[in-house]
Design a binder for this molecule. Structure first.
Ligand code: NAI
Length: 332
């Protein structure tokens, strides 16, 4: 079975090549993104393996069907970039890696929180230049602060437990409350109350039509003035332009993002010699209280290994006609 891997980097190849002895699946790696301009590359393959920023809109899926591709294997958990109805219509199966390391993402959300708060990134640069001053490095104790977790699935649960362990009061919002968190004394409250009470808000819900721009000019007004907002989930949960206004007015005190609304053209690429055309990211980068990482929350050895293992298993299950336990369908 021949699978075309899109958007691959050296680290993907390192982990997937461990499976190259598996003669049942032939892997071909492409650097570029799968989108309407690159669909011709899928000719002669039985399926594709894609990542978060490949764009599997209806027109791309139609081309995949024309080229007899039968499976879309996502190397990630989120599937907001795939038109599931179109895939179902063309009888193309979509599989994903539902959980590769919830701890990896939760721990990165903590890293963003601590770095923004204690300004270790600035201290590191200062000390390298023999500047040992503490001016403007003041942080705050996390102990005793209120943390609002929006979305308490696999990642949100881990993040809530970490923050509770640091002595924070954790409140949460999710249409399906988690009993383990309730047993730990974590209270589920509505979004408005969560926004108004929290010193730190962390987003861990998926991007859906309902959650798109969950953080917008109205909800920013409901936030505690100067609160910290962390997003390791999907960029479009935040209306970027509204967040910029919120930062300018001081309503958002700190912003830590691992995902960005228009990340497709930027993230995972070395653009250090390019002129960046995206005005919003340039504005965000100019704030002293904004920290951006380029979708690296998942990026641990354990997660990469899990992604490769589950992806190959998903493809093998499809090839062998077994039940696809990691299939996603429009009913999701
Ligand atoms: P999950 O499916 O286990 O949990 C998501 C939770 O969000 C569920 O409990 C669901 O009921 C809840 N939810 C859905 N809509 C909501 C809403 N409007 N408001 C509040 N809660 C809502 O997903 P998991 O594994 O915890 O991942 C969460 C998200 O993290 C993924 O959808 C993905 O977008 C993102 N992610 C980011 C990574 C990164 O490297 N930055 C890596 C992996 C996932």
């Amino acid at each position: 079975m021949k699978i075309a891997f899109f958007n691959t980097k050296s680290y993907d190849r390192d982990y997937f090549e461990n499976f190259s002895e598996n003669s049942e699946i032939e892997l071909t790696f492409f650097d570029g993104t799968l989108n309407c301009e690159t669909t011709e590359l899928t000719k002669g393959f039985d399926g594709v393996c894609v990542f978060v920023n490949d764009q599997l809109h209806a027109d791309v899926i139609e081309k995949l069907a024309e080229h007899n591709n039968k499976i879309i294997a996502l190397r990630c958990a989120g599937f907001n970039n795939v038109d599931l109805e179109a895939a179902e219509k063309h009888n193309i199966k979509v599989v994903r890696v539902p959980a590769y390391s919830p701890s990896a993402v939760a721990e990165h959300a903590l890293a963003l929180t601590l770095t923004l708060n204690r300004k270790t990134h600035k201290a590191y640069n200062r000390v390298r230049e023999s500047n040992f001053s503490l001016e403007r490095l003041t942080g705050f104790n996390l102990n005793g602060k209120t943390v609002g977790v929006i979305g308490t699935g696999k990642i949100g649960v881990e993040f809530a437990k970490i923050m509770q362990g640091l002595g924070c009061k954790v409140v949460a919002q999710d249409p399906y409350p988690n009993q383990e968190l309730i047993d730990k004394g974590i209270e589920y409250i509505n979004t408005e109350e969560l926004l108004s009470k929290s010193d730190i808000i962390s987003l861990h819900c998926p991007l859906t039509p309902e959650s798109k721009h969950l953080i917008n000019k109205e909800t920013i007004k409901q936030m505690k003035r100067g609160a910290m907002l962390i997003n390791t989930s999907r960029g479009a949960l935040i209306n970027t332009k509204d967040a910029i206004k919120g930062l300018k007015k001081g309503r958002i005190g700190y912003l830590g993002i691992d995902v960005y609304e228009q990340e497709e053209d930027l993230f995972f690429k070395d653009l250090s010699e390019n002129i960046i055309q995206d005005e919003d990211i340039m504005r965000l980068m100019s704030f002293p209280n904004v920290l951006i990482t380029s979708h690296q929350a998942f990026f641990t050895r354990e997660a990469l290994e899990q992604i490769a293992t589950t992806t190959i298993q998903n493809i093998l299950d499809f090839k062998q006609g077994k039940e696809l336990k990691n299939q996603v369908s429009p009913q999701h």
